[in-house]
Ligand binder design. Structure first.
Ligand code: FAD
Length: 544
């Protein structure tokens, strides 16, 4: 299969870039990478666009990543049952087994293809850990070898489509300062999660863009109330890798020890409400210290830079919101292979809801990495199959589907002050979505106040946020942050109980009647709908 794309106007680097392909993948984290590779392995012409540089951007690229990886057999079934018991009744064991199956098989293939996994003491390949930078560099090379056309620094701004479904996407080429449009038989969204503007490892570009694009195309989201996972980080740093804190003691400002019990995050969050919190990795024996330094070298850079020994000295810590990145919510999948319910549109990785695997708890520490692999594989293959049949893309009159932040008119505020408005909106989202007192611990009055403010900002955005060129990227990011925050708060308001990471101080107990998923949809009017036995019903609740 030829991988050449029909390209027009390539000579002039300022004229819009127009391409035509079979499968278009948005995002080059592990989910997008596996989707692109899987579609290319089936002989499809594939283009992958990334907001940053495919191989270095996203949440996996900057550090080591544990995978959830068990060989087939009894031990795997037992592990799945044990995990399901912790997911508050919202996971799906059959789909979890499928994830483990596909991830294990894929990781073994990765080893066979030359990825340098270490060997364990029995001489077996140790495939449960990936070194982020090596892994993603390997995936980039693999995609290029298979003929995938990679466009770095080409953020997608909106989908394009017609009455038959999705027909591609449009965006901005940051380095050449020009627009691009790629027509495609199918699109896979692999744009990662949304960290609500928090500064944390690998998340600067994770603003929920894929959620917004999918919703504009008619898709719904699920699990959005489980969007408030937090990670411990040194107060002076954005480095929120959690492993090192297994060996930590925590203290208040007076030096009194904090009992973290079974839930370190909860204990630290409660203590932070009363004042600063300090930690020391004083439970790590010299052997563990050495292992941590070799296995997680970047975790120690913030300490080395200020000349502090974290194993003997105390340092101030904070909790950084990880939003949906290590949370759960995302685009609701209509089938087990990544279809969003919109013809031609598929989703994978953190862009999709991970409830099947994680229920109401975080999938960090292994499950999410395996999900990114498995869901990327399924979505890439499903997108490839969708493009089967000649002529599917011929003669379509595709229109842009983006509804906010784009195409300024003469009277739009953007004409004079778009950057300022984008920054205001993003600040509003951070102020409502990051603070522990209202986002980690939730209650109806604060949820309602936050939602009221963000609904107002959404109306401001509708009235005046419309930009072109590079400013359109910031405007779309602000719109995506705002939309994602409103979906998360709307679902959190409707879930009148505490379950997993969703902690309601006004409803501290779990309500067995709410052992169901909440679908969310809509842009101006957000709708929350309980989903029973895998199907959305029509009992919709207007949440804003
Ligand atoms: C600090 C930290 C540690 C973690 N450790 C673990 C772990 O040990 N084990 C585990 O299972 N999980 C871990 N996770 C979670 C894991 O990293 C994610 O689940 C995983 O990276 C998801 O892969 P992804 O491809 O969906 O998204 P990402 O890896 O985030 O990639 C998304 C990509 O989409 C691109 N993008 C975004 N918007 C656009 C756009 N508009 N147009 C084009 N491209 C776009 C981004 O540039 C990025 O390259 C960790 C997360 C964090 C933050």
């Amino acid at each position: 299969m030829s991988t050449r794309l029909s390209r027009s106007k390539t000579a002039d680097r300022t004229a819009p870039l127009e391409l035509d392909t079979e499968v278009l993948v948005l995002g080059g984290g592990p989910a997008g990478a596996w989707a692109a590779v899987s579609a290319a392995e089936l002989g499809r012409r594939v283009v992958l666009v990334d907001k940053g540089y495919f191989g270095t951007s996203g949440a996996t690229a900057p550090s080591n990543t544990g995978t959830w990886c068990l060989p087939p057999g009894e031990a795997r079934r037992t592990a799945v049952e044990r995990r399901a018991a912790r997911t508050f009744g919202l996971s799906d064991q059959r789909q979890t087994l499928r994830v483990l199956d596909t991830a294990h098989e894929t990781l073994r293939q990765l080893g066979a293809a030359g990825y340098p996994f270490p060997h364990d003491e029995r001489g077996e390949l140790y495939i449960a850990n990936l070194r982020g930078p090596d892994y993603m560099r390997f995936m980039r090379r693999r995609a290029l070898t298979l003929g995938v056309t990679v466009l770095d620094h080409h953020p997608a701004l909106e989908l394009i489509g017609d009455s038959d479904g999705i027909g591609g996407a449009a965006g901005w080429d940051r380095q050449n300062g020009r627009a691009w449009q790629i027509r495609a038989g199918a699109v896979v969204i692999g744009t990662g999660g949304c960290a609500f503007g928090e500064r944390m490892l690998g998340a600067t570009g994770l603003t929920g863009d894929g959620y917004l694009m999918a919703a504009e195309a008619g898709a719904s989201l699920s699990g959005m109330e489980f969007s408030n996972q937090y990670g411990v980080a040194p107060a002076h740093s954005s480095l929120n890798k959690g492993l090192i804190y297994r060996w930590a003691s925590f203290f208040d400002a007076d030096g009194h020890g904090i009992d973290t019990g079974a839930d370190r995050h909860l204990a630290v969050a409660q203590a932070l409400l009363n004042g600063p919190v300090f930690a020391s990795l004083d439970k790590a024996e010299p052997q563990i210290q050495d292992w941590l330094r070799r296995g997680q070298p970047n975790c120690f850079l913030p300490f080395d830079r200020i000349g502090l020994d974290p194993f003997t000295q105390r340092f101030e810590v904070t909790l950084r919101s990880e939003g949906t990145v290590r949370g759960v919510g995302g685009i609701r999948l209509a089938d087990e292979n990544g279809w969003t319910g919109v013809p031609g549109l598929f989703a994978a990785g953190d862009a999709a809801s991970r409830e099947d695997l994680t229920g109401a708890i975080s999938g960090g520490g292994g499950p999410n990495a395996s999900w990114a692999i498995a869901s990327g594989r399924w979505a890439g293959r499903a997108a490839a199959r969708f493009t089967e049949g000649a002529g599917r893309r011929q003669g379509r009159r595709l229109r842009p589907l983006g509804t906010i932040g784009l195409r300024p008119t003469a009277n739009a505020i953007e004409a004079t002050d778009g950057a300022a408005l984008s920054a205001d909106l993003a600040r509003g989202v951070r102020e409502e979505m990051l603070p522990i007192d209202r986002a980690f611990f939730r209650a109806a009055p604060t949820l309602e106040r936050s939602l009221h403010r963000l609904d107002g900002l959404w109306r401001d955005a509708r009235a005046g946020l419309a930009a072109e060129g590079h400013a359109a990227l910031r405007a779309r990011e602000a719109g995506a942050l705002l939309a994602t925050a409103r979906w998360a708060l709307s679902a959190a308001l409707v879930r009148t109980e505490s379950r997993g990471m969703h902690r309601r101080t006004d409803h501290p107990a779990l309500d067995p009647a709410l052992t169901l998923r909440l679908g969310v949809s809509g842009l101006d009017q957000v709708m929350v709908a309980p989903e029973i036995a895998g199907e959305a019903d029509d009992r919709r609740v207007a949440a804003s």
